[in-house]
Design a protein around this ligand. Sequence first.
Ligand code: HXC
Length: 258
Amino acid sequence: MSYEHIVTTTRGPVGIITLNRPDAMNALCADLIDQLCISIDEFENDQSIRSVVLTGGNKIFAAGADVKEMQDKGFIDVYLADFITKGWERVASCRKPIIAAVSGYALGGGCELAMMCDFILADESAKFGQPEITIGAIPGAGGTQRLARAIGKSKTMEMCLTGRMMDVQEAERSGLVSRIIPSGDLLSEAVKTAETIASMSLPIAILAKESVNRAFETSLAEGLLFERRAFHSTFATRDQKEGMSAFVAKRKPKFKDC
Ligand code: HXC
């Protein structure tokens, strides 16, 4: 399917979504978010796709929500429409593993969108920020919450109160970015990483993802219990039998997603 503001492609088992509003720094207008949701639905429903990469291309990830679209809205408009809620969280609710590949600016809603993915790979040009305060707003799609969980209170407060951006080294040191990739290699490395994930058992990968995500939703004791039960449930799968017997027999496992 073709879209106005995004481009979707596949590389074997990996679905790639590229944000594509170059004239507006990939600003995340409502139509773009709608198209992003549809593309995620498509990749979720496509059984040949086992992991997803979300990128903005090699110049910019996204400069945030579309300020021109937002500027004249009033409280009642955004409140009644529950602005931001519909659509945006679709990335966070994607069950298949999804990697953000960030080049250039990931600002405001762009940073928030990257943080909705399971992890962030970034190249040397990447810059992360929550500059909403500089335009008289605050983050609205998780910037105060997911960023605080990722990098702690002090840096999050400074970024949200001053609009200061982090370069990629600081973002990696702080735990926002899992790895820095040399410029030019980002997409291929993100796809390679997604292929590695795609080679695992999909239900087991989803269980792992759900378990990690519990860490952000619950107490340690409850999270550990969730993890333990999820771990136990892997023993109900053939892929656990296959994985462990392949290890013992010193051969590669052939997972069947069952
Ligand atoms: C709409 C945007 C935009 C945005 C850039 N543009 N960011 N349009 N919404 N978020 C447009 C510019 O208006 C301009 O259009 C064109 O893209 C190029 O941008 P420039 O500013 O001229 O480029 P440059 O000087 O290179 O600066 C790049 C930049 C800057 C540092 C990324 O554009 C910038 O600071 N952007 C806004 C960042 C921001 O405040 N983001 C938070 C948004 S609020 P024209 O027509 O002039 O060529 C937000 C709230 C999230 O995200 C809440 C939940 C979603």
